[in-house]
Design a protein around this ligand. Structure first.
Ligand code: MCA
Ligand code: AMP
Length: 523
């Protein structure tokens, strides 16, 4: 599986927090985070308040590797809880705030966390689910610096020495669905996360004086790891936005140097007349990822701002895998950031393209992208067979993405072998939504396909077949789904048809449905 080669000295503490802490500036009274609620946090505050939370976690005497499941709104305190979990040698399990009770029941039941932290308004139902999962400690954290977590931590010591962690000790579990079936918890170790953060620090040339606008949610890799680790490992200030609002981002751009976003964020910023060369003149780096960036967005951004977006590619299981160059990369002849590509494999990442027979393909040949490196995860939580299925016999992880490498070394993603829709940077698994739809009264079968969307890049469209004699209302079906699953997973349109297109083998031809509805949302 993963190969962790950095510092093999067994006595070295690989706790990720220790490395982040070592990068804090000497002046701990400087501002580390400037939040949009008017609150500022010094580096000392990050260290001391996360120490208090770590002391609280430590006082529970949970076994090493116990999970701390967290479903809270974005706040600086939520980030401190992440840091505290690392310090205490426990495993952070972030959960999207859009998840509803059935989804949460699965995650908590599967992960059996030692601690659950939720928003106060969800406490009644989360407490029930947590108790059913055997969790002893359920705390609250609101986005206004209140909640039982903070009440309990407040009186504790502001000093905490990070637990000694090995490179392969788990730091986080991120649920992701992969190819089929129920969500799988991708287990990421301290070594996985630190090696990726160190690689990106160098590759993107994080500099003294950099200031990051943090506008992404913190329950997925992009906002939690790529953005936060990037800033902390460079001792850089973050401008912390609780929610993405393009107008608010514009007001902060003149004070910042780095911005990271999914393509939808760039599309929405381009919709603002105030996005100009002038407002972005102090910016050094715009990073895009989590979903394909359209060439038209890339070009429009260049025209409007004079900046070239740097697109990179990654996964929950692996962190970042490839990146367009920041500057000349000695391994390659070119330093150009090329639209429609995700750049070069990052230093330390081995990437190849194989066909279904396991033959490694030549330049420009299209096949499955496979990767190996110190960033590649430790396996799926309590699913050893699934883990084994996703690795080749020589230890490469099968990403499920389909792509090619061109003669100049650029990786291009041309499709996905996995049935997955990426909508506004969030993953939607058709199999999951189809199973909800198939369970609805009167529904014989259903299919969910992704079609182009000007704002979200791609959105789900449902096609439903009614049982003989039954009446199915498309609007009702959408309303029912809204009460069952996270809102971003709900199809934007639903059609009730007499039958699904099938091939000679009886398999639903989703490509035909995608073709049929491809212009549904186009301007
Ligand atoms: C919100 N809605 C969506 C989405 N987000 N529909 C489809 N896809 C979405 N992503 C819908 C809601 O269901 C709701 O519909 C309506 O939009 C308004 O909801 P609201 O929450 O107010 O939306 P928003 O604040 O405008 O959110 C849009 C957003 C957000 C800012 C683009 O989706 C977002 O932050 N996306 C970033 C996700 C991300 O960080 N991904 C990184 C994953 P209704 O009213 O009908 O209910 S990490 C990853 O993928 C890998 C490792 C990587 O490479 O980084
Ligand atoms: P997740 O499971 O949320 O980590 O999503 C990972 C998936 O997002 C990858 O397997 C890709 O399919 C997709 N992805 C991430 N970055 C990009 C990108 N720059 N271009 C295209 N797809 C991407």
């Amino acid at each position: 599986m993963s190969q962790l080669v950095d510092n093999p000295n067994p006595n070295h503490n690989h706790n990720l927090y220790s490395a982040l802490r070592a990068a804090f500036p000497d002046d701990l009274t400087a501002i580390a985070v400037e939040a949009d609620n008017g609150q500022s946090y010094t580096w000392a505050a990050l260290d001391e308040q996360s120490a208090q939370m770590a002391n609280l976690l430590t006082s529970l005497n949970l076994p090493a590797g116990a999970r701390v499941a967290v479903q809270v709104e974005k706040s600086v305190e939520a980030m401190m809880l992440y840091l505290a979990t690392l310090r205490a040698g426990l495993v952070f399990l972030p959960l999207n705030t859009a998840y509803q009770s059935a989804e949460m029941a699965y995650f908590l039941g599967n992960a059996a966390p030692g601690v659950v932290v939720c928003t106060p308004k969800n406490l009644p139902w989360i407490r029930e689910l947590a108790q059913a999962a055997g969790t002893q400690h359920v705390w609250t954290l609101d986005d206004n610096q209140s909640g039982t977590l903070l009440d309990l931590a407040r009186g504790l010591s502001k000093q905490h020495t990070p637990v000694v962690s090995g490179q392969q000790d788990l730091a986080a579990i991120l649920y992701t669905s992969g190819t089929t079936g129920r969500s799988k918890g991708a287990m990421l170790s301290h070594g996985n996360l630190l090696s990726n953060a160190q690689t990106l620090k160098k590759y993107w040339d994080w500099q003294k004086g950099d200031v990051l606008i943090h506008a992404l949610p913190i329950f997925h890799v992009h906002g939690l790891f790529v953005a936060i680790h990037g800033a902390l490992l460079n001792g850089s200030k973050m401008i912390w936005l609780s929610k993405f609002d393009p107008k608010v981002v514009l007001t902060h751009l003149p004070k910042a140097t780095v911005f990271m976003g999914v393509p939808t964020l760039y599309v929405r910023l381009l919709g603002e007349p105030g996005l100009t060369r002038e407002v972005t003149q102090n910016m050094r780096l715009f990073v895009a990822g989590s979903a394909p960036l359209l060439t038209e967005t890339f070009k429009e951004w260049q025209d409007r701002t004079g900046h070239t977006i740097l697109e990179r590619y990654g996964m929950s299981e692996t962190g970042m895998l490839t990146s367009n160059p920041y500057a000349l990369d000695a391994r390659y002849a070119e330093a150009e950031r090329r639209a429609g590509t995700v750049g070069f494999p990052l230093p330390g990442v081995l990437l190849r393209v194989q066909d279904d027979e396991g033959k490694t393909l030549a330049i420009d040949e299209v096949g499955g992208i496979q990767v190996k490196g110190p960033n590649v995860f430790q396996g799926y939580w309590r699913m050893p067979e699934k883990t084994a299925e996703e690795f080749t016999s020589d230890g490469y992880f099968k990403t499920g993405d389909v792509g090619k490498i061109d003669a100049r070394g650029y990786v291009q993603i041309v499709g996905r072998a996995k049935d997955l829709i990426i909508s506004g940077g969030y993953n939607v698994y058709p199999a999951e939504i189809e199973s909800y739809m198939n369970d609805m009264p009167g529904v014989a079968e259903s299919a969910l396909v992704g079609v182009p969307h000007p704002d979200f890049g791609e959105v789900g469209v449902a096609v439903v077949i009614a049982k003989p004699g039954a009446q199915v209302e498309a609007d009702q079906l959408i309303t029912t789904l809204k009460s069952q699953v996270a809102n971003f997973k709900v199809p934007k349109k639903c059609f009730v048809l007499p039958e699904l297109p099938r091939n000679a083998m009886g398999k639903v031809q989703k490509n035909l449905l995608r073709e049929q509805y491809k212009n549904l949302f186009q301007k």
